[in-house]
Design a protein around this ligand. Structure first.
Ligand SMILES: C[C@@](CO)(OP(=O)(O)O)[C@H](O)COP(=O)(O)OP(=O)(O)OC[C@H]1O[C@@H](n2ccc(N)nc2=O)[C@H](O)[C@@H]1O
Ligand SMILES: Nc1ncnc2c1ncn2[C@@H]1O[C@H](COP(=O)(O)OP(=O)(O)O)[C@@H](O)[C@H]1O
Length: 296
């Protein structure tokens, strides 16, 4: 039986850049990440059609952006190979099918989420039983700074370079997100390199969390995405996306996610978010709904 895992979009509700590591130039971050119900899907079947090896097939509305790329560079396949190595599987076999619904290179961690979904799916398919163990988290961390958070796929406070995770304060039961991307890719290294100005302090968040979306938005308004000015300098349409999101009825806060160009509007609930999407330009990638609810 094939196993299927969702690869939900990561949304950085705030992202403070605290400093830069001397040893490798990676930036130290403080972020509150949540996962939207917008997701790629990763399916893993017992063996490839020809009976051997690891294979990856791509489909879905956003797959075209990856068509020219070597499948071996795809994060889902790299995750599969890394897991097989760690588990000592000499001749790993699985047929992976990745259905891309999230735009590529867009600040919502699509590739990282795919890698995490591949780890979860193959952990089940190969019967490793490593889910929620440090062993699987270590494989994730080697694949990318964002992959451990995507492996958790639940609200997390991200520290370190993104790989140090702590539970998020309790979030409102009713919360909506609108996501919008101008269909312009932004490369994460370029955005970090274009960042200027002083480093930020870590955020102070209430341990008791927030009961209402409006209260969360009020606290987030005092925080920032420190990569937003650099992303706008590299990709000016990001400012238009932010303005359009701020003008949506019910918008409580609009901000860029990750290194962009995807921006989000925080909404009172999923229905308000879904209803608002049609007001955005149809040339953009756009989505509205609630948070992803991980199984278990
Ligand atoms: C900025 C964030 C925020 O959540 O999101 P995205 O825009 O990718 O969604 C992440 O930190 C991205 O994580 P991820 O995309 O996994 O990064 P990696 O592949 O490890 O690194 C790509 C490049 O980004 C830069 N980088 C990444 C993470 C970090 N903490 N400091 C950095 O300076 C480095 O130049 C690195 O070479
Ligand atoms: N499964 C994948 N989905 C998206 N991008 C991938 C994938 N595998 C490798 N990549 C590469 O990773 C780069 C960053 O993509 P992505 O993870 O979507 O960015 P971001 O984390 O900024 O949203 C892409 O430009 C692409 O070349």
């Amino acid at each position: 039986m094939p196993v299927r895992e969702a690869a939900p979009a990561k949304v950085n509700l705030f992202l403070h850049v605290l400093g830069r590591r001397a040893e490798d130039g990676y930036h130290r971050l403080d972020s509150l990440a949540v996962f939207a119900a917008a997701a790629d899907t990763l399916e893993a079947a017992p063996a490839a059609p020809d009976g051997a090896g690891l294979r990856l097939a791509l489909d879905g509305p956003e797959a075209a952006a990856l068509a020219g790329e070597d499948p071996e560079r795809n994060l889902a396949l790299r995750a599969a190979r890394a897991l097989a190595r760690e588990a000592g599987i000499a001749a790993p076999a699985a047929a992976l099918r990745l259905t891309k619904a999230l735009p590529v290179a867009s600040g919502i961690g699509g590739g990282s989420a795919d890698a995490a979904a591949a780890l979860r799916a193959l952990d089940r398919l190969w019967g490793l039983g490593w889910a929620r163990t440090p062993r699987l988290a270590a494989v994730a961390a080697r694949l990318g700074a964002d992959v451990p958070a995507c492996l958790a796929a639940r609200p997390v406070r991200m520290g370190g370079i993104g790989e140090v995770l702590a539970p998020a304060p309790p979030l409102p039961a009713r919360l909506g997100l609108v996501l919008a991307n101008p269909r312009l890719p932004l490369a994460t290294p370029a955005v970090f390199a274009a960042r200027t100005g002083a480093f930020s302090a870590p955020a102070v968040l209430p341990e008791t969390g927030w009961r209402e979306a409006a209260a969360l938005a009020r606290d987030l308004a005092a925080l920032r995405n420190d990569l937003e000015p650099a992303a706008i300098a590299l990709c000016p349409p990001v400012a238009e996306v932010l303005a359009a999101l701020r003008a949506l009825p019910g918008c409580l806060l609009a901000r860029m996610s990750g290194s962009g160009a995807t921006c989000f509007a925080l909404m009172p609930d999923a229905a308000a978010a879904a209803a608002a999407v049609a007001r955005l330009p149809s040339a953009w990638w756009r989505w509205g709904g609630g948070l992803y609810a991980a199984a278990g």
